[in-house]
Ligand binder design. Structure first.
Ligand SMILES: NC(=O)c1ccc[n+]([C@@H]2O[C@H](COP(=O)([O-])OP(=O)(O)OC[C@H]3O[C@@H](n4cnc5c(N)ncnc54)[C@H](O)[C@@H]3O)[C@@H](O)[C@H]2O)c1
Ligand SMILES: O=C(O)C(=O)C[C@]1(C(=O)O)C=C[C@@H](O)C=C1
Length: 308
């Protein structure tokens, strides 16, 4: 596939990774980029995240065939509105936001005359900012594309080919369904991690140093997730509120059932539940989705040295 210029707005983990991946896997494509934060623009230029870091968003998108918004979910609309008059009329607009319905609505409202096809690479780490990105982030990961009804099929196939070129497996999904699925597979786990790490550090009869000292096991995995970017995750919960609340309700009911099983000593319920969840983990590994495997092409450095 040949895309002349890809413009990236927001040069953090996602934007930086896309810029590096395009340079590695689509060498004929030019990349331009802009970030609101001047220090991030400087660092992005030093790392060569894109071919040209621009001083304004309008300059970055002025020659673009594809514009990808890689900013926090809560500012997608304002970032798009800022470049309304500057994006070439035939350019395709997309994003990488973690929630799809509300971001799609904000992008369409800001850019009513452009084709907007939202996407979500289900690939990330707890790190953020211009030092976090790496070219292989999307390799063997899903990228969920959520086209609106009656979308331009040529542009849709261009976007699919773009993500496949970056190493992703693309799935087309309805935006509402996306938000429900990701609420349970990504958003709720983050909420649980944020909660449990906060709870542990608030306990009066457990000292802070004990929390740090004994966090070698399951708790340590939670602390990695709970180190994720506060701005992004605040926005995720506020922009996917309905789906998260639906899943949280279900989770609370299931947690209460386990709480009761513990209280009344119902060993069968506990055992059966844990056996079922162990089988789920094993089927994830059998499907080759276990990211602790070494063949994902990531080095410790690429992962910020913090994964696992
Ligand atoms: N972090 C993940 O694991 C992950 C995974 C998939 C998708 N996403 C989505 O990707 C998007 C970006 O997340 P990230 O992890 O790259 O965050 P990040 O914090 O690393 O990068 C976001 C960048 O956007 C910049 N920015 C903020 N407002 C801006 C504006 N108005 N114009 C230009 N730049 C602006 C910030 O300065 C920052 O550098 C989010 O919408 C998030 O939901 C994140
Ligand atoms: O691996 C991680 O650290 C992530 O949190 C990545 C993760 C996820 O929950 O799977 C986080 C947010 C996204 O929108 C997509 C991917």
């Amino acid at each position: 596939m040949s895309l002349g210029t890809v413009a990236i707005i927001g040069l953090g983990l996602q934007g930086g990774s896309i810029g590096l991946a395009v340079q590695e896997f689509l060498p004929g494509t030019r990349t331009t980029g802009y970030d609101l934060d001047p220090a991030t623009r400087t660092r992005a230029a030093e790392r060569g995240l894109v071919h040209q870091v621009c001083g304004t968003a309008a300059e970055a998108v002025s020659q673009a065939d594809l514009v990808i918004f890689c900013v926090p979910p809560g500012v997608m609309g304002e970032a798009a509105a800022e470049v309304r008059g500057a994006i070439p009329s035939g350019a395709l607009v997309s994003d990488v936001g973690s929630c799809k319905q509300s971001i799609a609505a904000a992008l369409r409202e800001a850019l009513p005359d452009h084709t907007v096809i939202p996407a979500h690479p289900v690939a990330g780490t707890e790190n953020s900012g211009p030092d976090a990105g790496f070219a292989h982030l999307f390799r063997n990961r899903w990228c969920i594309v959520t086209p609106p009804e009656q979308t331009d099929l040529v542009k849709l196939s261009e976007l699919v080919a773009f993500w496949e070129a970056l190493g992703a497996n693309v799935e087309i999904m309805d935006a509402r369904h996306h938000d429900l699925v990701l609420a349970v597979t990504s958003h709720l786990p983050h909420l649980i991690a944020y909660t449990i790490v906060g709870t542990a550090s608030d306990l009066e009869d457990v000292t802070q140093s004990e929390v740090i000292k004994y966090s070698a096991g399951g708790f340590r995995d939670f602390t990695r997730i709970a180190a994720s970017d506060p701005t992004m995750w605040r926005d995720v919960f506020l922009t996917n509120r309905d789906a998260v609340l639906t899943m949280l309700q279900r989770f609370t009911e299931d947690l209460t059932a386990l709480q009761r099983a513990i209280r009344v000593g119902d060993s069968d319920t506990l055992f059966d539940h844990f056996a079922r969840t162990r089988a789920i983990r094993r089927s994830i590994i059998e499907e080759g989705q276990d990211d602790s495997r070494p063949d994902f092409g990531r080095t410790d450095h690429e992962n910020g040295g913090a994964r696992g």
